[in-house]
Design a protein around this ligand. Structure first.
Ligand SMILES: *[C@@H]1O[C@H](CO)[C@@H](O)[C@H](O)[C@H]1NC(C)=O
Ligand SMILES: *[C@@H]1O[C@H](CO)[C@@H](O)[C@H](O)[C@H]1NC(C)=O
Ligand SMILES: *[C@@H]1O[C@H](CO)[C@@H](O)[C@H](O)[C@H]1NC(C)=O
Length: 188
C-alpha cells in the first residue's frame, strides 16, 4: 500500500516536470481527456498487431491521473506502470525462489529472470529520466530493452519441453506495458 501511494506521489512530482507541458495543457476539458485514452489506445492497437486495446484501456483507466494528462503524461504513466509491475515481479520471483522446491532447470531460469527484472527496473528509471529530459530515442532504447527482457525470460522456460513458466502473466504484463509506453513515446 505504501509503495503504491509513494509511486502515485512520485508520479505527481514527475508530471509537474513534463517537458513541453505548460499549465494550460492540464486543463483539458473532460470530453477530450476521456478521448485521449480511448484515442491513444486505439491508435496504438492499429499500429501493432500484438498491442492489446483492452489491456491499454484497463491499465490507463486504473490510474486517475491518466484522465487529466496529455500525451507526455501518458508516456510517463506507461513507464511508471511498467516499473511498478517489474518491482512487484521481483518480489514474486524472490518468494518463488525461497519457498518452492524447484528443479535445477526452473531454479536457473528464475535466477536469470530475476537478473533480467532487476536490470529492467534500472532501465525503466533511466527511461523515465531520458524521456523527461527530452532524449526520446534514449527512452525508446531503454524501454525496448525491457520489453525484450520479458520475452527473454519467457523464452528461457520454453527451452525445456513441458516446463511451465511461472512468470507467464508477469512477462505478458510487462511486455504490454512496454509496448504501450513505446507506442506513446513514438507518438510524442
Ligand atoms: C472510444 O471512442 C469511440 C468513439 O470515438 C466510442 O465509440 C467508444 O465507445 C469508446 N470506447 C470506450 C471504451 O470508451
Ligand atoms: C501489472 O500491470 C497490469 C496492468 O496495469 C495490472 O493489471 C497488474 O495488476 C499489474 N501487476 C502487478 C503485479 O503489479
Ligand atoms: C544486467 O546488467 C548488467 C550491467 O549492465 C549486465 O552486465 C548484465 O549482463 C545484465 N544481465 C542481464 C541478464 O541482462
Amino acid at each position: 500500500m505504501w509503495h503504491i501511494s509513494f509511486s502515485t506521489f512520485a508520479l505527481c512530482l514527475l508530471l509537474l516536470e513534463i517537458p513541453g507541458g505548460n499549465t494550460t495543457d492540464y486543463r483539458i476539458d473532460a470530453l477530450s481527456t476521456i478521448d485521449i485514452l480511448n484515442r491513444t489506445c486505439k491508435r496504438c492497437a492499429e499500429e501493432s498487431t500484438d498491442f492489446s486495446y483492452n489491456f491499454c484501456r484497463t491499465s490507463l483507466d486504473a490510474i486517475p491521473t491518466s484522465h487529466i494528462v496529455n500525451l507526455h503524461g501518458l508516456a510517463v504513466i506507461g513507464m511508471e506502470l511498467a516499473l511498478q509491475n517489474a518491482t512487484n515481479t521481483i518480489s514474486s520471483i524472490k518468494s518463488l525462489l525461497s519457498v518452492e522446491t524447484l528443479d535445477p532447470f526452473a531454479l536457473a531460469c528464475l535466477q536469470d529472470c530475476l537478473e533480467l527484472y532487476l536490470n529492467a527496473t534500472v532501465s525503466l528509471i533511466d527511461g523515465v529520466a531520458a524521456f523527461l529530459s527530452e532524449h526520446y530515442s534514449v527512452a525508446n532504447e531503454k524501454v525496448s530493452r525491457v520489453m525484450k527482457s520479458s520475452t527473454t525470460c519467457e523464452g528461457l522456460f520454453a527451452e525445456k519441453k513441458g516446463e511451465v513458466c511461472p512468470l507467464a502473466r508477469e512477462n505478458y504484463n510487462l511486455y504490454q506495458l512496454c509496448n504501450l509506453a513505446l507506442c506513446i513515446i513514438h507518438l510524442v
